[in-house]
Design a binder for this molecule. Sequence first.
Ligand SMILES: Cc1cc2nc3c(=O)[nH]c(=O)nc-3n(C[C@H](O)[C@H](O)[C@H](O)COP(=O)(O)OP(=O)(O)OC[C@H]3O[C@@H](n4cnc5c(N)ncnc54)[C@H](O)[C@@H]3O)c2cc1C
Length: 339
Amino acid sequence: MTRVAVVGGGIIGLAVAAELLGRGADVTVHDPSPEGTDGAWHVAAGMLAPGGESAFEYPHLTRLLEAGHELWPDFVAGFGDVGYDRTGTLSLALTADDVAEAAREWRHQKLAPLTGSQVRDLEPAISPRVRAGALASSEHQADPRKIVAALRAHLQGRSVARRISDLSELNADVIVVAAGCGTAALTGLPIRPVKGQVLRLRGEPGLFKHVIDGVADGRHVYLVPRADGEVVVGATQEERADRMPTAGGVHDLLRAALDLVPGLAEHELTEVTVGHRPGTPDNAPILGFLDDDRRVVVAAGHFRNGILLAPITARLVADLVLTGSADPILDPFAPGRFR
Ligand SMILES: Cc1cc2nc3c(=O)[nH]c(=O)nc-3n(C[C@H](O)[C@H](O)[C@H](O)COP(=O)(O)OP(=O)(O)OC[C@H]3O[C@@H](n4cnc5c(N)ncnc54)[C@H](O)[C@@H]3O)c2cc1C
């Protein structure tokens, strides 16, 4: 039986560990706080948006995002309710300038533009000031907190409370480094924290049902409605490592949110959180063997798409750990491109 040490119990480490366990490996997950909320997953909205997030990225990343998106129905099948919702995403533009900016992306994604009244037919809560929109019906959502809870339950007894500071501390046949932003210190790979502020509001369920991804007076915002009345409002994107919510960040998010859906003004503001996306120089994840001795596999640097990419990362990294090779779709993501 292959003994695997997974470093990092965020959504990537847990998804990889669950897949390996299911395929018969002897897995241990090492994380300083296995029941904690330190990872980016705790802040993330859980948009599963292969088009919206990647419209201007590299074709090989788009391929990985689209292939990963297809695995979601199978991935969530065994979990019970993790907020997986396929209603779709409405992209909105408030002003004429916002329409000009958004229209580029709609063309790229081959989405048909909708008038303001057409978007209000779909979601009556949208402001009468919104000029135009487009429906991306294949962009979905899931609740990362519920997914992590389900993965933790599945892996019960397999986690140890331990921060790894040197990979030589670990006694295993194969080590998977899935420590998010902590991966840089362990491997020397160029993964940097990209700060994001996120708000959570709560009100009567059903104000709107689509994920809304909008721009209002040049301010970008997304609104992710959960079935229980929570609405996740995100996110700033800042090249900073601190954990401080700022007045400007919260103001910009709330202002754009209320410009697009005025009824949110009556919601309770329940959380202001800060997380760090594990960013890489080319915005693509780092997946593959670290060195020629093929004992250490890296699964990190998922930047803005780590929730969407968790199922495909789990499957391909498990292939690599157990067979030594994986689908060629992984080739462009090898750690070697930065060494
Ligand atoms: C504001 C924001 C919004 C986002 N929205 C989305 C979204 O809508 N859709 C999407 O797909 N993605 C989204 N993301 C991105 C997503 O959250 C990340 O890409 C994903 O969480 C990365 O998963 P991870 O497991 O690699 O890292 P994390 O979730 O950060 O987990 C890393 C874990 O490693 C542990 N660790 C760190 N160092 C060590 C060490 N030395 N030893 C042991 N353990 C260690 C930490 O304690 C932590 O538990 C968002 C991120 C942010 C910040």
